[in-house]
Design a protein around this ligand. Structure first.
Ligand SMILES: [Zn+2]
Length: 323
């Protein structure tokens, strides 16, 4: 009954064709079991439930098809797409089987520098904090707030605070700071199998999933010079095309907030490289008149079905913010 009401409301908010709205869901990791340090990340069981709910409410399309239909004003009512950012190995291991069981296609945006054993700075911080012995850590010398790590809650807040302090530093300074932080926190080795290998990426592609570009090094584009930004975006695209022997048509801005993480300049660079469309992390649902190079995306933050439906309806009514 509630699903019927949702579809009724969503049909009013997102009818077919010219007035259609495209809801694009954004995911990063899907875990095998829940992680107390990252409670916001779905495990396989929760993802399966969420996917079944999304399928019952929306018409899920592959993103390339949806972008073409959106531009042509021929999108079905209540259209949605699924996307995964960064290129985590768990996308192949846990998300793909569930997508296949539910007969749903998704797009995976891959940052190519991390293939084959790489680790993104945020995961280095998370994994170092996870392994740090209970204790107090004076990090003032590193220009970071000191930490006391006792409970899982302490570790969760430490991760959020550290990422907030480090995220927007220039890339080389960020890497140096993260390296020094790891040395202070743990002597244990950190995992090197978080991201896809080239062979796993090929498996994902062979399974019929869409692969999109997400730069090579996952920089905050807005902090780079034009030459640096162009080179990083182009290198990611070319590397994927060489590995997959296929054209890469779609792009996702790292971090993805308009004005903060990328600017109008980067939108033009993406367009100049021959992409057909790009996605941001501004929330909202795209309409035919929106910029196809800044399609908004959405991530329901409640796993409770009724709240999720309310959030999805609110997202359909949210007007899109662009550069
Ligand atoms: Zn990313």
């Amino acid at each position: 009954m509630l699903s019927y009401l949702f579809r009724f409301a969503a049909n009013r908010l997102s009818p077919a064709e010219a007035s259609a709205h495209l809801t694009i869901f954004i995911y990063h990791r899907i875990l095998s079991v829940p992680d107390s340090l990252q409670p916001e990340i779905l495990d396989a069981e929760a993802f399966d439930k969420q996917l079944k709910l999304v399928k019952s409410l929306f018409q899920v399309l592959p993103l390339p098809q949806a972008v073409a239909a959106l531009k042509a004003g021929r999108l079905p009512a209540r259209s949605a797409c699924l996307t995964f950012d960064d290129g985590y190995a768990d996308n192949l291991l846990y998300a793909l089987p569930i997508l296949q069981q539910n007969a749903v296609s998704a797009t995976f945006f891959i940052a190519t520098d991390y293939l084959d054993g790489g680790r993104m700075f945020n995961d280095t911080v998370i994994e170092a904090v996870r392994r740090a012995p209970v204790g107090h850590y004076d990090l003032r010398e590193l220009g970071l707030e000191s930490l006391t790590l006792t409970t899982a809650q302490d570790r969760q807040s430490a991760i959020a605070n550290l990422l907030f302090q480090i995220k927007y530093l220039p890339q080389s300074e960020r890497s140096a700071r993260v390296l020094a932080l790891v040395e202070r926190l743990t002597k244990q080795p950190l995992p090197n199998d978080l991201m896809l290998t080239t062979a796993q990426l090929l498996d994902l592609h062979r399974a019929g999933m869409t692969i999109g570009a997400h730069t090579a090094s996952h920089p905050i584009l807005a902090t780079l010079t034009e030459t640096e930004a162009l080179a990083d975006i182009a290198r990611g695209k070319q590397q994927l095309e060489a590995i997959l022997a296929d054209e890469i048509q779609l792009f996702a801005y790292p971090n993805g907030k308009p004005q903060v993480d990328y600017t109008r300049r980067d939108v033009e660079l993406v367009q100049s490289l021959g992409f057909l469309g790009a996605v941001s992390t501004a929330w909202g649902a795209a309409q035919a008149h929106d910029d196809p190079y800044q399609l908004p995306r959405f991530s329901p933050w409640s796993s409770q079905p009724l709240r999720m439906k309310a959030q999805m309806l609110r997202n359909l009514r949210h007007s899109v913010m662009n550069c």
